[in-house]
Design a protein around this ligand. Structure first.
Ligand code: FMN
Length: 382
């Protein structure tokens, strides 16, 4: 895709619209949708939109920096890729395209436990940039074996997601009869037939499956993967004691993802984790959860100065990133933005998303009279 063509896609919404035209409805809705009435998805956006920044002038902002040091690594941009399970179903090779982009552009990429590429493959592609996300599986041996594999593969950061005590009720998926392998009803066949590019590339690359689970689950190996994913993901038993055992088993950096409240933040501190990602899973779990940006300041306050608090859910542009940093975030992530990019543009999509985000961060920093993203604080909020 030439630069000229790329310039048609000015925003993440432009990429979302283009992706929607290329991906079967079943897979697009899986990516785009959320829990219940999807009020939390809307709230994630209005949460950002309702915050205004305080522009400051009469300052020299000719030199501007977006570099951020986190857990001993200096990244070139303040945003990375959130873990997205089943990503290769949305477009083939999403995982490897985004891990490669992360390495080339020096930003973090988080591989999902229920990713469609193995953690060993991703560690080879992006040894310094890939983090591994873990769900606590129903069975202990899977959990601790995944941790051992992540360690052996060379991952330095483990992200433990704790916000799925129970699968949420996602109405779009239920209405579409979303399951794996697809049930080939006439409407699903028609849905796929209308998206021949997706159909041919998915056929050429093989049916996506949960590669990390293949050693454990006959179902996963057979491709009956939704049931297998639930065994891995649904963890109503995750309590402090279990997370402490995970802490003991992992000597690298441990980040807890899915925290929204001060009380949970206190628990994260007690188990000895190294960082937090404030997240409501992109509005996919608790429909009545607060927006991530609304929850952030309270978590930052409870975390104190020594615990980096990152954020995802609803980030769709550089202005959102600046608002998150001004509200105390140490870093930001997005899931859907990057996958929309690949769905719309293929391999070039991830970089284009990063270009949109960093260009907007740069313009916003200039406009508010801040030359270095590390200097953002509440004084830049209106
Ligand atoms: C299709 C999809 C699959 C996801 N799978 C996972 C997952 O496997 N593990 C996880 O921790 N979060 C998962 N998430 C949540 C994301 O990591 C992230 O929290 C969310 O996408 C952020 O919101 P945004 O998409 O609005 O940027 C998923 C999100 C989507 C959209």
């Amino acid at each position: 895709m030439t630069t000229n063509n790329l310039n048609k896609f000015l925003t993440i919404d432009d990429l979302r619209d283009a992706a929607k035209k290329r991906i079967p409805k079943l897979a697009f809705d899986y990516l785009d949708g959320g829990a219940g009435s999807e009020a939390n998805i809307r709230r994630n956006r209005t949460g950002f939109e309702d915050i205004t920044l305080c522009p400051e002038y009469l300052r020299d902002v000719t030199e501007r920096s977006q570099k951020i040091t986190l857990f001993g690594h200096t990244y070139d941009a303040p945003i990375g890729v959130s873990p997205v399970g089943l990503a290769n179903l949305i477009w083939p090779k999403v995982d490897t395209y985004l891990a490669t982009m992360a390495k080339n552009r020096n930003v973090p990429y988080i591989l999902s436990a229920v990713g469609t590429t193995s953690l060993e493959t991703i560690a080879e592609i992006a040894p310094e940039h890939a983090w591994f996300q873990l769900y606590v599986p129903g069975q202990d041996h899977i959990c601790f074996d995944l941790i051992a594999r992540a360690k052996a593969a060379g991952f330095k950061v483990l992200v433990l997601t704790v916000d799925i005590p129970e699968p949420s009720k996602r109405l779009r998926d239920l209405r579409n009869g979303f399951t794996l392998p697809f049930k080939m009803t006439p409407s699903v066949i028609w849905d796929i037939a209308k998206k021949p590019n997706w159909a041919f590339s998915t056929l050429a690359n093989g049916t996506p499956r949960f590669e990390n689970m293949v050693p454990y689950m006959k179902d996963a190996a057979d491709g009956k993967t939704l049931g297998a994913a639930q065994v891995l993901q649904v963890s109503a038993r995750v309590d402090e004691e279990l997370v402490k055992r995970i802490r003991d088993a992992w000597d690298g950096t441990l980040v807890i993802k899915g925290i929204l409240s001060p009380k949970s933040t206190e628990a994260v501190k007690r188990v000895g984790a190294d960082g937090i990602i404030v997240s409501n899973h992109g509005g996919r779990q608790l429909d009545s959860a607060p927006s991530s940006i609304e929850a952030l300041p309270r978590v930052v306050e409870a975390a104190g100065p020594d615990m980096p608090v990152m954020l995802d859910s609803g980030v769709r542009g550089g202005g959102d990133i600046v608002k998150a940093f001004a509200s105390g975030a140490a870093f930001t992530f997005s899931g859907r933005s990057f996958v929309f990019g690949v769905g719309a543009l293929g391999e070039a999509g991830g970089e284009h998303v990063l270009d949109i985000m960093t260009d907007e961060v740069d313009r916003t920093l200039a406009q508010i009279g801040c030359g270095d993203i590390r200097e953002l604080g509440p004084e830049y909020l209106w």
